[in-house]
Write a new protein. Structure first.
Length: 586
């Protein structure tokens, strides 16, 4: 087997296999690279030794059977027996479902998650978005402190476990998206610095020194990250990647890393003959993220839109702390702006930031599917003090907005039935000093918001993870079963009606109306009306819904309601939502 590693910082490199070390020779062509041939069998363990130091895992390790600090293992990707060909599933028209393998089931494994895929297919989901699965310290964690960016967390099931999950998802017609983290590595188990300049002090991020995308040595670091991304898509048959916090990828080069990555993914898509896509998490409100490269953009397929979440959350809860302050003054007006312009902050002033923020989207050239809409995510739940979710009543209203919006909808696991289980921040570090620091930091963070320290879950307590596991008995009983039926109804309606699919351009934008605390959103022959008030409301309709109300039918409603009367007035109960269908154009 050929062993090769980039280690420009080393004067001597050896590979340890079994109880024997073999020297690597400098590559005569590629500066900083070392290589040698050595016999090793399938699943054989190995590690690199730099300048006589301790054995270190391979930066490009495909498997870490003993965790981030252990030896690497050989993986033969060609040995896996995929059960069916897969032509891919593109993003336009999708309904995504974000899930965390470690809490989706109590077992917390890929194989256990496979058993729940039929429920997702029956719900109408098209793509499962997995939170990060790279190795991280301990058994349980969110995954955003991962290391070994080419490997799979062993307690989840390792490389073959992920392949079995993807193969099973494809058998149910579900695409699979993986969340990858390029902006930082975990505070523990990161063995890259001895090998080379993977990080730079030119830039600083919330996690310390930035990943080196533009300093000396950055060519190889960029190739390392791009190679990892392509490996996930190629070797694991994934359909797309979600890129974590791309605003933290500091890159001053003329060719931005994300542009280079998107070009490489497009080339792989052409080579494989199936669609592949990239979804960015970004707080910049910058449409250049998804603008095609030929038009001067970065060329990513889509990006998360937190503005829609923030508008919805303030309208549903009345909260106004932190970044919600920008949306809470007139939440329905903010929601209307976001639904018609994509971003609430499109170059406007942000009181939370104390400056102008964002840039307008060109609706005439921008497909709606390039922006993800959601009412909950792992961040927006897990980064609350106690990981509390929206209630079933709140989710019913939110679902009416999100699932009939122009954007690509995304659900967070358990949302569809209003899971009563929280989703809390948890870790499993075996370094006692680091574990204690995380616990203190978490409690100190929320103490500033008035929370008592004893009320903040300890991330290191195993009970915190257990509380966060879904209870799969809930969907079989009310109120959860009723909410699950509502989600199924809305997703089926979206799938059946092209006007609600979100696959077209953002022009014309939805026609928005606000009557008291009722929001109406018209898209073609469909009108969604949501009453956020605690009391009933009478809403005078416009257009064909008012001119010929006898041609208006209820397509979906929460709770059941009557269509508008002869006077063209729609009567809604408190905290109610309805989708109307008109048989009249205009």
């Amino acid at each position: 087997m050929l062993f090769e590693v980039w280690a420009p910082n080393a004067a001597r490199v050896e590979v340890l296999t079994g109880d024997r070390t073999r020297p690597l020779a400098p590559d005569p062509v590629r500066g900083g690279w070392w290589r040698t041939e050595a016999p090793v069998g399938p699943d054989g363990r190995y590690a690199y030794v730099l300048d006589g130091g301790p054995p270190l895992p391979d930066p490009r390790s495909r498997r870490q059977p003993d965790g981030p600090d252990g030896a690497s293992a050989v993986v033969d990707h060609d040995a896996f027996d995929w059960t069916l060909p897969w032509d891919g599933r593109p993003l336009p028209g999708a309904v995504l479902y974000e899930l965390h393998i470690g809490t989706f089931t109590l077992e917390g494994t890929f194989d256990a998650a496979i058993g729940r895929l039929p429920q997702l297919a029956a719900l109408g989901i098209t793509h499962v978005e997995l939170m990060p699965v790279c190795p991280f310290p301990g058994t349980h964690g969110w995954g955003y402190e991962g290391v070994s960016l080419w490997a799979v967390h062993e307690p989840y099931g390792g490389p073959d476990g992920l392949k079995r999950f993807v193969d099973a998802a494809h058998a149910h017609g579900l695409g699979v998206v993986l969340d990858v983290v390029h902006n930082h590595l975990g505070p523990s188990g990161n063995h890259l610095p001895p090998f080379g300049p993977y990080f730079t002090d030119r830039h600083h991020t919330p996690w310390g020194d930035a990943v080196n995308l533009d300093a000396p040595g950055s060519d190889e670091v960029r190739a390392f990250l791009i190679g990892s991304a392509l490996a996930w898509l190629r070797d694991y048959h994934l359909d797309g990647l979600r890129l974590d916090a791309v605003h933290a990828l500091v890159d001053t080069r003329a060719l931005h890393f994300l542009e280079e990555l998107s070009a490489a993914v497009d080339a792989l898509s052409d080579s494989l003959g199936r669609p592949l896509f990239l979804i960015a998490e970004s707080d910049l409100n910058d449409p250049r993220t998804t603008t095609p490269r030929e038009a001067g953009g970065l060329g990513l397929t889509a990006q998360w839109n937190d503005d829609l979440h923030h508008c919805l959350h303030t309208a549903l809860t009345g909260e106004s702390q932190g970044y919600y302050a920008d949306f809470a003054r007139e939440p329905l007006t903010a929601l209307a702006k976001t639904l018609t312009r994509v971003f609430f902050h499109d170059g406007t002033y942000s009181s939370f930031r104390g400056r102008r923020h964002g840039r307008p989207v060109d609706r005439a050239t921008t497909p709606a599917h390039r922006f993800l809409g959601y009412s909950q995510t792992h961040d927006q739940i897990g980064n609350r003090a106690t990981g509390d979710r929206l209630t079933p009543e709140q989710l019913a209203l939110a679902a009416a907005v999100v699932l009939t919006s122009p954007f690509t909808p995304m659900l967070f696991m358990g949302e569809e039935w209003g899971a009563a289980t929280p989703w809390q921040f948890f870790t499993d570090h075996d370094d006692p000093d680091l574990a204690a620091a995380i616990t203190r930091g978490r409690r100190r963070e929320f103490a500033g918001h008035g929370w008592a320290a004893e009320d903040i879950p300890d991330p290191q307590d195993p009970a915190t993870r257990l509380r966060s596991c879904l209870d799969w008995s809930e969907p079989d009983r009310d109120p959860h079963a009723r909410l699950l039926g509502w989600y199924r109804e809305l997703i089926a309606l979206r799938r059946a009606e092209p006007e609600l699919s979100g696959a077209g351009l953002l022009t014309p934008p939805p026609d928005i109306g606000i009557t008291g605390e009722v929001l109406t959103v018209r898209r073609g022959r469909f009108l969604t009306a949501v009453n956020f008030a605690d009391g009933p409301a009478a809403v005078p309709l416009t257009g064909p819904f008012a001119a010929e109300p006898e041609g208006t039918a209820v397509a979906a409603a929460w709770p059941p309601c009557e269509p508008p009367g002869p006077d063209g007035v729609l009567h809604l109960a408190a905290r109610a939502a309805v989708v109307l269908r008109s048989t009249v154009d205009g």
